[in-house]
Design a protein around this ligand. Structure first.
Ligand code: GCU
Length: 652
């Protein structure tokens, strides 16, 4: 098959393409808008007007300077039988066009008073964990479940501008405006993208630019040593600073609108400032200084913890690490140094509390990172639509006055779930995650269900009443909670097979150095993170949340085992004991997957055959895997606790 059009099939452009449109303005992004409308008109018989006449249904008008690309907002109105979009920048005009595309026929009916749309968050970015050269353990794409990289193959750039362009187009249509093109774990080949191989990055930047997407690069902190031949990478050493300044100048010669660097330092073996006795603010600020003359930013990741912990050591708690490392540095980071924080304190589990760091650095620009690639949520073999999880995170009022979405002033970032798979994301329904991320990054307060409806409408068609809409919706809508039910219970996390992280292994990480433990014994399970008797992690939150999480009586059920070690007969707010909750949710979760599989089967004929077959096949694996999870988790806890299922179901 060719490459799937995902949420931009030709049919999505019918309403625009069958009308006459005037595009006013000039500049590269306006050219993109004109080309989009032109292609739609070729498919559906409409016209792109050029003259000054007023015989048109849709006006797309750049009102500001001619080449402004940064203005991202747009106005939308429908009056006197005419639909008008205005924007002061090229990006805004492009987003306005896609707004009209999303509305479809509705954009050409009735009247709508002028509305202003603008993104809540300025930087909406995808981080690709793509390796240029195939890594012996992690492959071409680290934690990638959609084939190879879109950008790289076997050590070099793939070329293939059409594919990259199609990708940029999909991203623009959901509002994403930045892409980091290589893995945060920067291996030897990847490191050179910064210097002698910058041309390959420039190629990607050039292809993505017409869709308003800026290119960013992951760099290694040790670059002055490994690429520059210096004896040190000490951020306060003048030679090191000069090296970064010169290297950055060359980057901007190749890519004038380069976005900046992404850095994983002192994290899981990556080099960083600790080796020189310097702080992470020293490290980040050195790179920020190199980027500042050009308007670039450094995205400095806060994923810093001890990954060589002794499991016997109960005084260390990985969940505490980001806060302990970074909160003392609040106020020390340069304006163009953005601290990029994972949304939870651990690592993209199906359920985690919001990272307390997000509420504790008022004088630092923060970006919040989520994971679209489904490392811990079924690896794109399971349906797991993450919209509701991300929405809960973004709307979470971590401070009395502010939600996570509001505090993410430095951007929202997702680890990409895309590869060279013809459906982009391996599992065709995982496309919904990418789309949803973009739309929630634009508006973190948006209703995720409405975003899902948009995605289904664009992807599967919007004919009222008929079609697969309701079926697809029911398969996706509750799929995250279903996944949560049949995997690790009540926020305790992990319990995955070590290394690749697919499938259950309750004790897989229990005696490992990674800091990810559940402490199940014959009496109970969970991690005591209270201040009173545990690791003190609960005390990293502001007073209101610290109090809620401190006691098992007030801690929400779904996070109970993240914060507390409780006996199996502890009664949840739901009225069930912990052990019965584990049994019940695991049986329910499998039943829900089986039911979703039936719904999907019933859509044969309503969904194109290739897509239908791919999803049907993946459902077989999801059902198998969910049963495996159910039986391992339930049997494990039955054997530990000796408590039978009160409903007498089979435990092994
Ligand atoms: C997880 C993941 C790694 C990744 C890391 C990161 O630990 O398993 O593959 O490198 O996150 O976010 O840097």
């Amino acid at each position: 098959m060719g490459i799937d059009p995902a949420w931009l099939p030709s049919a999505a452009f019918r309403a625009v393409g069958s009308r006459s449109t005037l595009v006013r303005g000039s500049g590269p992004l306006v050219d993109t808008v004109r080309a989009e409308v032109g292609a739609a008109c070729r498919d559906f018989g409409g016209r792109v007007e050029h003259g000054a006449g007023d015989d048109f249904d849709l006006l797309l008008e750049l009102t500001g300077d001619t080449d402004g690309t940064d203005g991202e907002g747009f106005t939308y109105a429908r009056e006197d039988g005419r639909t008008t979009v205005t924007a002061s920048g090229g990006r805004g005009l492009l987003y306005g066009l896609f707004h009209v595309v999303r509305l479809g026929e509705e954009a050409f009916r009735g009247s709508t008073a002028r509305q202003t749309h603008r993104p809540a968050v300025g930087l909406r970015m995808l981080d690709h964990w793509d390796n240029v050269a195939v890594h012996p353990v992690m492959g071409q794409v680290e934690r990638g479940y959609a084939g190879g990289s879109l950008f790289w193959r076997d050590g070099r750039a793939r070329g293939e501008p059409e594919r990259v362009r199609a990708y940029g187009r999909l991203l623009a249509a959901c509002g994403i405006n930045a892409v980091a093109v290589n893995n945060v774990n920067v291996h030897a080949t990847e490191a050179r993208l910064l210097t002698d191989r910058i041309g390959e990055v420039a190629f990607l930047a050039q292809v993505l630019r017409p869709y308003g997407i800026r290119t960013h690069l992951s760099v290694t902190f040790a670059a002055p040593i490994v690429l520059g031949g210096l004896p040190t990478a000490d951020p306060l050493d003048a030679r090191v600073r000069a090296w970064w300044a010169a290297a950055t100048a060359r980057v901007y010669e190749a890519i004038p609108d380069f976005g900046g660097y992404v850095v994983k330092a002192d994290s899981e073996g990556q080099p960083g400032p600790f080796a020189y006795g310097r702080s992470h603010a020293d490290g980040a600020n050195m790179l920020a200084a190199a980027l500042a003359p050009y308007g670039g930013s450094v995205h400095w990741r806060a994923f810093v913890y001890d990954h060589r912990q002794d499991w016997r050591d109960r005084s260390t708690d990985r969940a505490r690490a980001a806060y302990d490392h970074f909160v003392p540095l609040d106020g020390e980071f340069a304006d163009n140094a953005v601290l990029q924080v994972k949304h939870g304190p651990m690592d993209f589990q199906v359920r985690e509390p919001v990272s307390p760091l997000i509420g504790a650095m008022p004088r630092t620009r923060l970006a919040v990172e989520v994971q679209a690639t489904q490392e811990y949520t079924g690896q794109q073999r399971h349906v797991c639509w993450l919209g509701p999880m991300w929405s809960e995170v973004l709307r979470f009022p971590i401070q009395q006055e502010s939600s996570v979405g509001e505090l993410a002033r430095g951007g929202l970032v997702a680890v990409s779930n895309v590869g060279d798979d013809p459906y982009w994301t391996g599992h065709p329904l995982a496309q919904a995650n990418l789309y949803t991320f973009g739309r929630l990054a634009w508006d973190p307060g948006a209703d995720p269900g409405a975003v899902l409806d948009e995605w289904i409408g664009l992807t599967f068609g919007r004919e009222a009443g008929a079609g697969p809409h309701a079926g697809v919706r029911s398969v996706l809508d509750g799929s995250w909670r279903t996944y949560e039910k049949y995997t690790a219970p009540l926020g305790v996390g992990f319990m995955v097979q070590p290394g690749h992280h697919y499938g259950p292994s309750v004790d897989g990480y229990e005696y490992s150095p990674w800091g990810t433990y559940h402490f199940a014994d014959r009496d109970g399970v969970g991690v005591d993170r209270s201040v009173a008797s545990g690791t003190g992690f609960a005390g990293q939150y502001g007073k209101a949340w610290a109090e809620v999480y401190e006691s098992p009586d007030t801690c929400p059920d779904e996070l109970l085992l993240f914060f507390h070690h409780v006996p199996y007969d502890h009664v949840l707010k739901s009225g069930k004991t912990v052990i019965q909750h584990i049994y019940d949710t695991h049986f329910e979760g499998v039943a829900e997957v089986e039911a979703a599989r039936e719904v999907w089967a019933s859509l044969a004929g309503a969904v194109d055959p290739g897509r239908h077959a791919r999803v049907a096949e993946l459902f077989e694996e999801q059902v198998r895997s969910a049963r495996e999870w159910r039986d391992q988790i339930n049997s494990y806890f039955f054997r530990k606790s000796g408590v039978p299922d009160e409903r007498g179901r089979v435990l092994y």
